[in-house]
Design a protein around this ligand. Structure first.
Ligand code: GDP
Ligand code: IMO
Ligand code: MG
Length: 428
């Protein structure tokens, strides 16, 4: 096997960073294929914690080449800041390459993200304010600026001058704010381009060569399938395709090159930002999950909304992505609960639903139908193999596996490297 896609299966923050960091010990390449600085992927090594936003989470392995693929939208200032932090830790930055086709998140994208959110009022999406939506809008409107454009100073200036005129009309005439300066943006971004020049490459050729050599490639998803632009809880979604189907496009690899798709779920569910969430808990149980799971956003610090495992959404996502196997993360967070629920269907106007409805108002009106499982009320964080887990925990996990209809490959019992129970070998 050479190519594995690792995909978030809920509303993001499932623990993709931890899984990538562990699997990357056997990888040659780790590739981000969509999203941008809205992602926050945490990796814990002993007392040290790292949060990655644009740099692939495999970077702590000295031999891994980290690719920011064409499907990503790149904020060069944020990326340089992240790279500088890594440099100070002694990480060799030559291993980071950025697709020349990746779109650049520009200052007006940040401004418009904020202004559009403010204008939505109570209907706001709760974006992470990293300019992601406006950057993807420009990509599809064909007025985006790509990394390759930044490298050609005059060409960049003429593109920027045309697009900025249009953006400034929006910023001043629709939103009544001050216009942005062409000179300032041009100078700032030419400076970033100079600093990033050596990293900007035709990454699709690099990856296709690696594929030909049967190198081990991990495709690192950001966000999660319930935030997918098509299949998520639209319009409360992110602006990219987060599902496995986009992993090949966003990396520049053929679809059939992906040998294995691994879906990442938490043993419960969280969401940050607005939008329907059928199993959300508004009681002390939700608070207990948030406290035990330290459920506060990696990128924004916002408290995450917490709820029971939603197997209706879970099965829908497993089928959409064609998961070959799944990981269940943060099992240890449930250790102290005396009873644990799983949502097995939704009830809407007297009907029972087995898949999330497309209309977000219908989804918001869905009531979860639960089955209740006894808690194991014992620590799981030192488990190193399946038999170390309490029997009630094993029964809970087997039930989730059956509901998802996908084999369980690993169970995570703590944030640190190695705090993982493997049920089957994931060949890379
Ligand atoms: P990502 O965006 O999918 O990479 O997830 P985040 O890094 O945003 O959020 C997951 C959080 O849970 C991080 O702080 C991880 O360090 C932490 N984490 C990952 N796996 C486990 C686990 O098994 N148990 C516990 N307690 N924490 C975990
Ligand atoms: P990782 O990769 C959790 C959410 C935002 C908001 C919605 C749209 O760490 O799992 P955006 O800024 O993308 O336009 O916001 O998507 N969101 C995430 N939630 N984890 C993420 O990334 C997220 N990236 C975006 O909170 O609800
Ligand atoms: Mg995250």
């Amino acid at each position: 096997m050479s190519v594995m896609a690792i995909v978030g299966a809920q509303w993001g923050d499932e623990g993709k960073g931890k899984v990538i960091d562990e699997l990357a010990s056997r990888a040659d390449y780790v590739v981000r294929y969509q999203g941008g600085g809205n992602a926050g992927h945490r990796v814990v090594h002993g007392d040290d914690e790292f949060a990655f936003h644009l740099v692939p989470a495999g970077v702590l392995h000295p031999n891994v080449i980290c690719v920011i693929g064409n499907g990503v939208v790149v904020d060069p200032r944020g990326l340089l800041h992240e790279m500088e932090n890594l440099r100070q830790l002694g990480v060799d930055l030559d291993r980071i390459v950025i697709s020349e086709r990746a779109h650049v998140v520009m200052p007006y994208h940040f401004v418009l993200d904020r202004l559009e959110e403010e204008s939505r009022g109570v209907e706001h999406l709760g974006t992470v304010m990293r300019g992601i939506g406006p950057a993807y809008v420009d990509k599809y409107s064909r007025v985006g600026i790509r990394m390759a454009d930044l490298l050609d100073v005059d060409h960049f200036r003429s593109k920027l001058s045309a697009v900025l005129a249009q953006k400034n009309r929006m910023i001043t005439q629709i939103y009544g704010q001050s216009a942005l300066s062409l000179e300032e943006i041009h100078t700032e971004y030419v400076g970033y381009a100079q600093r990033l020049r050596a990293h900007i490459r035709d990454t699709e050729s690099i990856l296709q060569k690696a594929l030909g050599e049967r190198r081990a490639i991990l495709l690192e998803g950001a966000q999660g399938a319930l935030l997918d632009i098509d299949f998520g809880t639209y319009p409360f979604v992110t602006s990219s395709s987060t599902v496995a189907g986009n992993a090949s496009t966003g990396a520049g690899l053929p679809p059939r090159s992906i040998d294995h798709v691994l879906g990442i779920y938490k043993a419960y569910i969280t969401r940050v930002g607005s939008g329907p969430m059928p199993t959300e808990l508004f009681n002390g149980e939700g608070d207990a999950l948030r406290a035990a799971g330290r459920e506060f956003g990696t990128t924004t610090g916002r408290p995450r909304r917490c709820g029971w495992f939603d197997a209706v959404a879970g099965r829908f996502v497993a089928r959409l992505n064609g998961f070959d196997s799944v990981a269940i993360m943060k099992l240890d967070v449930l250790d102290s609960f005396s009873a644990i629920k799983i949502c097995t269907s939704y009830r809407l106007n007297g009907r029972e639903l087995h898949a999330p409805p497309a209309n977000h108002n219908d989804l918001a009106a869905c009531e979860p139908v639960y089955e209740e499982w006894p808690g194991w009320q014992a620590p799981t964080t030192d488990a190193t193999c399946w038999d170390d887990l309490p029997e009630k925990a094993r029964r809970y996990l087997r039930r989730i596996e059956a509901l998802l209809g996908t084999p369980l490959a690993l169970v995570s019992v703590g944030p640190g490297r190695g705090k993982t129970v493997h049920l089957r070998e994931l060949v890379l």
